[in-house]
Design a protein around this ligand. Structure first.
Ligand code: SAM
Length: 359
């Protein structure tokens, strides 16, 4: 008996595009996480990050350019977008951008199967918190999921000495509380520890986590600063940090949420407070890296420590179609670096510093 066969309809993904393979590099790592820098302006001059304003040239793209890049990357398997900068809350039109991003849906199921219905993209933002009290609520209403606030001290003098901005500490504190109140939690606090600047704050941060019900994450200082002042002995390494915290109160390790999670998670023996330790210098996590970055001027970067970046925006300007841009992204991502080489002989600092990459 003759069988009838019909051509299988070309299933459409979310944006009506043909189905894609999930983005992977040559080591088989699935790339699911995008850091999107929406400005390289910043209202702080943190001692470990920026030198100053003089002669600074800034670059931002139009909102629709970032949105197009995000849509294309989501069609390739990006599931999480973290908005960053510079300081993203300085970006005009941010709330509107968040609203549009929050409407995008992932193109793959967790097992990697393409889907036409997808989950909402996991949308987060990293901020210094100076404007958060004002913007937390509108951002939440626009669809933002979570915030991470960078805060390198929990008392005003050290805070001002590091950020080189007076009287911001109280604003950041009320921003953190506002974010928790409107549901942008659990709020994470990122603290870069610098020996001689804020390492006396470790125990105070532990108390802060317990008192404010926020997750405090300590980050090892990386050689990404503008003034090239990084030295190995400025880094407060994970081992030393864990000893200090254990002496404050015994730590209990918590299971990771995902293999690609950058932080080791701990609570204390009474279950109060949560501490994350991000140790890119002493315990690199490159083997599970799922991240790529887009700089505020539209360059694609495959590693914080890349020596080059790739001009995705240039391709868009020259009229690249979505399909051409996808092919370009695949080609670049395939060559993602295996790992960084911090602390090894011959280590070269990356072609850009943190504020111009997007942390
Ligand atoms: N302005 C936002 C903020 O303050 O969170 C986003 C951009 S900032 C560059 C992102 C994160 O990078 C912050 O948590 C900051 O502390 C961290 N960072 C900057 N320079 C760093 C360095 N050299 N080593 C480790 N972390 C760094």
């Amino acid at each position: 008996m003759a069988t009838l066969s019909f051509p299988r309809p070309q299933a459409a993904t979310l944006a009506g595009e043909p189905r894609q393979e999930r983005l992977r590099d040559r080591f088989g790592r699935a790339i699911t996480d995008l850091r999107l820098s929406v400005t390289d302006r910043c209202n702080y001059r943190c001692v470990y990050c920026r030198t100053g304003e003089e002669g600074a040239i800034y670059s931002e793209l139009a909102t629709e350019d970032y949105l197009r890049m995000a849509r294309i990357l989501i069609s390739l398997g990006i599931e999480k977008i973290r908005l960053t900068g510079g300081e993203p809350l300085l970006r005009s039109g941010l709330v509107e951008m968040v609203r549009e991003l929050a409407e995008l849906r992932t193109a793959f199921l967790p097992d990697g199967t393409p889907t036409a219905t997808g989950q909402p993209v996991d949308l987060a933002l990293t901020t210094n918190g100076h404007l958060l009290d004002l913007l937390a609520e509108p951002l939440k209403r626009a669809g933002l999921g979570r915030v991470t606030v960078s805060m390198d001290a929990v008392e005003p003098e050290t805070f001002a000495a590091i950020t080189r901005v007076p009287k911001s500490f109280e604003r950041v504190l009320s921003g953190v509380r506002k974010a928790a109140e409107v549901g942008l939690g659990p709020v994470k606090i990122n603290c870069v520890l610098l020996r001689g600047f804020n390492d006396h704050q470790i125990e105070a941060f532990a108390e802060f986590s317990r008192r404010e019900s926020v997750i405090v994450r300590f980050i090892e200082f990386m050689p990404l600063e503008e003034d090239r002042s990084w030295r190995p002995d400025t880094v407060v390494r994970m081992e030393e940090l864990i000893d200090r915290l254990n002496a404050f109160r015994p730590l209990v390790e918590l299971p990771p949420h995902a293999a690609s999670e950058t932080a080791r998670r701990y609570t204390f023996d009474d279950g109060l407070g949560e501490i994350g330790v991000i140790a890119p210098v002493s315990r690199p996590f490159c083997g599970h890296c799922s991240r790529i970055r887009i700089t505020s001027d539209g360059k694609l970067r495959t590693c914080l420590f890349s020596q080059s970046d790739y001009d995705l925006y240039g391709r868009m300007l020259r009229g690249g179609t979505d399909e051409e841009l996808r092919a370009y992204i695949r080609e670049i991502v395939f060559q993602k670096e295996e790992r960084h080489h911090i602390g090894e002989p011959g280590f070269e600092k990356p072609s850009r510093n943190m504020v111009h990459i997007g942390g």
